[in-house]
Design a protein around this ligand. Structure first.
Ligand SMILES: [Zn+2]
Length: 201
C-alpha cells in the first residue's frame, strides 16, 4: 500500500494494489501513473458520469465463490452505448470483469506484448486470427472510444483514444482481444451468470 497526495488538488490518494499502474484522483479526476517514485500526473479528465453498474470502486464480494475487490474501471463508448471493464483484485491475484448491458465476463488471464497481426483489420467474423501462437476464432469485431476511468487501473489508455476489439473463442474459452495502433492484449475468461457474482459491500 502506497500513500500519496494528488499532484493537482492535494487530496490524499492511497494505491491499494501493487499491480495498479494508474490511479484516478476521486476528487478532481487527475490521472496519475503509479511508479516506485510516486505519482506522475498524466492529465486531468472529466469525472465519469454516473452510470449504473453492478460494482462501484471498493466493492467487495465473491465471484464464483472467490473473494474480489473492485479497484477501478475503464469505460468504453461505442455506437450502441457503453461498457465497463473493471480491474479486480481477485483470489489473491488480479482479474478483469467486463460488464456490457447486463452480460458479465470474468477474464483471469491476460497476455500482453505480442505483435499486432498485419491482417487484423481485414479479417471478418468467422475467420481465425493468429495472436502469438494462439488461433482465435473471431465472433465479433468492433471499435470503441475510451470515455474515462476511475479508481485504480492496470492499463492506461488516455480518454478519447480509439480502441478496437474482437470477441472470439480460443480452445473453447471466451477470448477478448483489445488493440490500438500501438498495443494488443489478449484476455481469456468465461461468461458469468448473475448468481455467480455476490456483492457484499
Ligand atoms: Zn486531485
Amino acid at each position: 500500500m502506497q500513500s500519496n497526495t494528488c499532484t493537482s488538488c492535494g487530496a490524499p490518494i492511497e494505491v491499494k494494489n501493487r499491480f495498479s499502474r494508474v490511479i484516478v484522483c476521486p476528487y478532481c479526476g487527475t490521472h496519475h501513473r503509479v511508479s516506485v517514485e510516486g505519482l506522475d500526473p498524466s492529465g486531468k479528465f472529466p469525472k465519469l458520469a454516473e452510470f449504473p453498474s453492478i460494482f462501484s470502486v471498493g466493492s467487495r464480494g465473491t465471484i464464483l465463490g472467490k473473494p474480489f475487490t473492485a479497484l477501478g474501471r475503464m469505460r468504453y463508448s461505442y455506437g450502441g452505448g457503453h461498457f465497463d471493464e473493471w480491474f479486480l483484485e481477485y483470489d489473491d491475484s488480479t482479474a478483469w470483469f467486463a460488464e456490457d448491458e447486463g452480460t458479465y465476463t470474468l477474464f483471469t488471464e491476460l497476455i500482453e506484448a505480442m505483435e499486432i497481426p498485419e491482417d487484423i483489420h481485414s479479417l471478418k467474423a468467422g475467420a481465425n486470427i493468429m495472436i502469438g501462437d494462439r488461433r482465435v476464432m473471431i465472433k465479433e469485431k468492433g471499435e470503441a472510444v475510451i470515455e474515462g476511468g476511475e479508481g485504480e487501473l492496470y492499463h492506461y489508455i488516455e480518454p478519447g483514444t480509439k480502441v478496437y476489439y474482437i470477441d472470439g473463442i480460443w480452445e473453447g474459452k471466451k477470448t477478448s482481444i483489445e488493440y490500438t495502433d500501438e498495443e494488443i492484449e489478449l484476455f481469456i475468461g468465461r461468461v458469468l451468470l448473475k448468481r455467480d457474482i455476490v456483492v457484499e459491500s
